[in-house]
Design a protein around this ligand. Structure first.
Ligand code: C2E
Ligand code: MG
Ligand code: MG
Length: 449
């Protein structure tokens, strides 16, 4: 028992006080107990300035389990978590239940980040073992955030706020993550919140634009279509890469709005191009988990008046991996409507050839990482050759991404690759510049912006 608690019992606790400091479900202390403990420790440590640590532990995916198996099962899990935490924390530490599926731990003898991380890994492992619910076992993971007194906050409120920031940082990175609060993390969180606000405003004010990069026939340089790429220039931050703001919109839950705005603009631009040219548009991986994606896409095409057979949708392997059944339905529905599906960034990430068998794609885009290495690395050349041969056998079209030199183009042609995209043929440019580019190719085709 910690010094603070000894003092409390020495003073004599009546029953009402016990109830006021106890979480009725788990029997652990509650937030009042936590506040008391931290306040007392802060006072003690004012004389003996050794740091101490507070941890927040939040279960990942607890709500769906609660919804699926009922609140009794949820309560049972929370009690088991409470037991496990009490059993595994180091001597002198106390566990409280903060709220819902969140627990707090005060660690008087953890003084620095490495120690916090060690405890974090132990807790994470202990909580990831299956939970016995009588007739079934359930598995959960936990996210953790640590804050070290006094660096992360000298009083209860500011210390807890820092622990919450650390926990939020963990949650953002996915399940089972551990974060120890630092001023860099706080700054990163502030920056991404600012970025989110600016992006939301940019969408409302119609400031997010779409640019187009040609996809060409390598044999004669003829343009076959364009890939639409999102572009955003913030008045304060300047150019922000879609590789930053697309994942942010996914994470903060407004990728649908962003993507719909972009598809609308891209489809309108495509209407001004010669009919035989296709539009290639990137779908985000989050959209592949939402069954409404197919109908939303078709509605936009309908509103704009673009023939679905002129649209290619680019998706990545991660997108189809997360919820394979939903992704498969979306792909089927889109293909039935005449839209083609491209597998983007092929060869990177969680590549599996099985994906090419399990899903129906029309096209594979070989990632730029392979193309930029192809001229000076024999192994890469063999891999690209194998991908091209395999796609031919599977009746899939192949596009090489990121071609920057004539040598790369010639090598790809000799390997049997027919389509390519990259700075060598053209950088992404806005709708007007795209029309000018086309009018040069099509011998002064009249512009209809
Ligand atoms: P991606 O779909 O693989 O797009 C190709 C990226 O490679 C683009 O980067 C393009 O500008 C770049 N690129 C093309 N040719 C070359 C080259 O020769 N050399 C080099 N160094 N780069 C080349 P960008 O525009 O920065 O987009 C990055 C990623 O952001 C895209 O990768 C895509 O995953 C995502 N993204 C862009 N626009 C959208 C969008 O409208 N919706 C969604 N969901 N994602 C988008
Ligand atoms: Mg793409
Ligand atoms: Mg790509």
């Amino acid at each position: 028992m910690g010094a603070a608690e000894t003092r409390r019992s020495d003073n004599g606790q009546n029953e009402g006080e016990v109830t006021a400091y106890t979480d009725p479900l788990t029997g652990l202390g509650n937030r009042y107990r936590l506040r008391d403990k931290i306040s007392l420790l802060s006072e003690e440590r004012a004389a003996d300035p050794a740091p101490f640590t507070v941890a927040l532990v939040n279960l990942d995916g607890f709500k769906p389990i609660n919804d699926l198996f009922g609140s009794q099962a949820g309560d049972e899990i929370l009690c088991q978590v409470a037991h496990r935490l009490q059993a595994c924390i180091p001597g002198g530490a106390i566990v409280t239940r903060d709220s819902g599926d969140e627990f707090a731990i005060v660690l008087p003898l953890i003084f620095e980040a490495a120690g916090a991380e060690r405890v974090g890994h132990l807790i994470k492992d202990v909580l990831s073992a299956p939970y016995d619910l009588g007739d079934r076992n359930v598995r959960l993971s936990a996210s953790l955030g640590f804050a070290i007194h006094p660096f992360a906050g000298a009083d209860f409120e500011s210390l807890m706020k820092s622990a919450e920031t650390a926990l939020y940082h963990s949650k953002r990175r996915g399940r089972g993550q551990i974060t120890v609060y630092s001023s860099e993390i706080a700054q990163e969180m502030r920056r991404s919140t600012q970025l989110e606000q600016a992006l939301r405003n940019a969408i409302i004010n119609d400031d997010v634009d779409v640019h187009f990069q040609p996809i060409v026939d390598l044999r004669d340089g003829r343009t076959l279509g364009f890939e639409a790429l999102a572009r955003w220039i913030d008045p304060d931050m300047g150019f922000v890469s879609p590789a930053i703001f697309v994942p942010l919109a996914e994470e903060r839950g407004f990728i649908d709005t962003l993507s719909e705005t972009l598809l609308h603009k891209a489809a309108e631009a495509a209407l001004t191009w010669p009919r035989e040219l296709f539009l290639s548009f990137n779908l985000s991986s989050v959209q592949m988990t939402d069954p409404a994606t197919a109908s939303r896409t078709l509605t936009i095409l309908g509103n704009v008046g673009l023939d679905p057979s002129r649209l290619d949708l680019e998706i990545t392997e991660t997108a189809v991996m997360h919820s394979a059944a939903t992704a498969s339905k979306i792909i089927e529905e889109l293909r039935r409507a005449g839209i083609r599906i491209s597998l983007d960034d092929f060869g990177t990430g969680q590549s599996s050839l099985g994906r090419l068998r399990d899903f129906t794609f029309d096209k594979v885009k070989i990632d730029r990482a392979f193309i930029s290495a192809i001229s000076n690395d024999r192994a890469t050349e063999h891999i690209v050759r194998a991908i091209i041969n395999m796609c031919q056998g599977l009746n899939l079209e192949v596009v090489a991404e990121g071609i920057e030199t004539e040598a790369e183009m010639n090598l790809l042609l000799s390997l049997g690759c027919i389509m390519g995209q990259g700075y060598y043929f053209g950088k992404p440019c806005d709708a007007m510049a795209t029309l000018r580019y086309l009018s040069r190719q099509y011998n002064n085709m009249p512009l209809k912006p």
